[in-house]
Design a protein around this ligand. Sequence first.
Ligand code: NAP
Length: 472
Amino acid sequence: MAGGWAGYRVMTMSYQSINPYNGKLLKKFKELSDKQLETALKTAAAAYETWRMKSFAERAKVVTRAGAIMKMRLNDFARPVTLEMGKLIDQARGEVQLSADIIEYYAKNAERFLAPQPLAPLVGEAEILSTPLGVLFGVEPWNFPYYQLARFAAPNLMAGNVVMVKHAGCVPQCAIAFEELWLEAGAPQGVYTNLLISYDQVNRVIDDPRIKGVALTGSVAAGQAVAARAGQNLKKSTMELGGSDAFIVLEDADLEQTVKWAVWAKMNNTGQCCVAAKRFIVVESLADAFLEQFQKALGGLQPGDPMDPATTLGPLSTEAALVTLLDQIKRAVAQGAKLVLGGHRIDRPGAFMEPTILTNIEPSNPAYREEFFGPVALFFRVKNEDEAVALANDSEFGLGGSVFTRDVARGRRVASRVETGMMFVNHPTWTSPELPFGGIKNSGYGRELASLGIQEFVNKKLVRVAPIDAAA
Ligand code: NAP
């Protein structure tokens, strides 16, 4: 399969924990040898043969235990998140809790979601069964080091699949902790496997006939590479990619409340969320007041140790992430954008970036179409609701989005007109186990979470029973 994957890096990469708060290397991990990878694939394939035969109740026992362990040891799980990618410690705890909730949600609901669906044929009987596919492969990002894994693993393990995961290079300790969780919960070896592997090995895993489906959460470039490879192998895939979500403020919004949500929507996880608000689109009559209050609130955040609960501005995940953002800002300004706040690295050790607001971004500016993955807000002024919707839709992305208005019917109307996978009214886009998550356009395809998320990697098998005496 070498031919179809031109243009992307095939390189040996390293798995390293580096604390972005101070740049210190915490730990390095070796990649698997090809022989170790083959053993892991064999073990997973064998585990599938027994795991698929277990009842929902048996699988739920293990999965429920995994959720309970995460909750019981919330702080132990939260610490490496903060150490490896700089998430504020309270937010890291929140992520552990959310991941455990997702795990428990599927333990509780999977059997109901996958129950046989009777059909009503003209004669005889028919039903749709939901049966597992086999060993699945996930490629996951660092920004929510457990939540992303829980979204993929919990529904699929409950469906009777087994999973192998290549996690991001900068969060190996979280990746390993999550694998150990499943073993501790009583999952047989091979039911959940963490793979510290190179891009080249990623390709070989996708090509491997034992792998029956591929899920990726990450950037558009990674999605294109992995989806193409899965496509060449005619393997089902889901893609959860980037976004440039609109945060629409209409003239009848509650300004004070909206600004509070704007700060949260921009700064949660230091702006490193696929569904962070990235484009603030404000109707003229509120624009000046909104901008003034938003700027003041962002400017008041205090950089510091993300382990300290008093810190309100943590570092970015890596030095490389900071350099990328600074470069994007420089290019945006060179093309006519105006910096009204921030725009620079903070003068202290670590990957700290000033909260930033850019205005005057014309459609010809590269910033108009790019995703800014960090504490950078793009601010746009529009005349009215129609202009707001048109601007929101003028994007290659279509992940989430939000609209703020005191008129809920109007909010629903705007939500129905914005071309994205998820729209929230009077709340920033966010996630919960029972709400489906995913996008359209360059934000990918397929859904995770809720009942939709567990249907992606199951065989919807028709079983038709004809009457015994049916005429041939
Ligand atoms: P990324 O560079 O695409 O990395 C994501 C994962 O893909 C990592 O495990 C990475 O491995 C791997 N990867 C990257 N290129 C690859 C390739 N060519 N072949 C095989 N594996 C490859 O993304 P990121 O910058 O870490 O994460 C941020 C992006 O993810 C943003 O665009 C964000 O919006 C998106 N995201 C989307 C969602 C969603 O649900 N829609 C959720 C979170 C994040 P290495 O780390 O080893 O390079």
